[in-house]
Design a protein around this ligand. Structure first.
Ligand code: HEC
Length: 119
């Protein structure tokens, strides 16, 4: 009984995590969709620009602006093929003092740097 319960809770949490991430792009995208394709692109661009600003300020000394700097433990960030959830986890740790919106923006920006996969 308890195990089933835990499973359900875990599922719900995983679902919420996705909603949190997709919510950023999704709801704004839908809003902008009413304004046509250009609107959606501009919204997305704004989030990415914000994420980039934070990344350049706080993360680029170790990762470079494009996440292509070799890391002590191996491949550069942009060659790790990380999914959005893995990125979000790392970003939440690194930017624990930032706002949710900032973390979301940085997560999306890093996702946009990934070579192959992602965007
Ligand atoms: C002092 C240097 C340094 C700074 C500053 C830094 N990182 Fe990193 N980062 C690293 C190193 C080294 C690794 C590789 C660690 C590893 O392989 O576990 C890494 C790995 C990562 C990863 C990949 C984790 C994985 O699962 O492979 C992400 C995502 C990341 N950093 C995001 C950020 C973000 C976002 C910031 C800024 C808020 C940031 N880092 C700032 C050094 C840094």
């Amino acid at each position: 009984m308890t195990n089933t319960r835990m499973g359900l809770v875990a599922l719900a949490v995983a679902g919420l995590g996705w909603a949190w991430l997709v919510g950023a792009a999704g709801s704004r995208g839908q809003q902008a969709a009413g304004q046509g394709q250009a609107g959606a692109g501009a919204e997305q661009e704004q989030i990415l620009t914000k994420g980039k600003g934070i990344f350049v300020e706080k993360c680029a000394k170790c990762h470079n602006e494009r996440g292509d700097k070799e890391l002590s433990s191996g491949k550069p960030l942009s060659e790790r093929g990380l999914g959005t959830d893995a990125i979000a986890k790392a970003v939440n740790g690194r930017l624990s003092k930032g706002t949710e919106e900032e973390r979301r923006a940085v997560t999306l920006y890093i996702a946009s740097l990934m070579k192959g996969g992602g965007k």
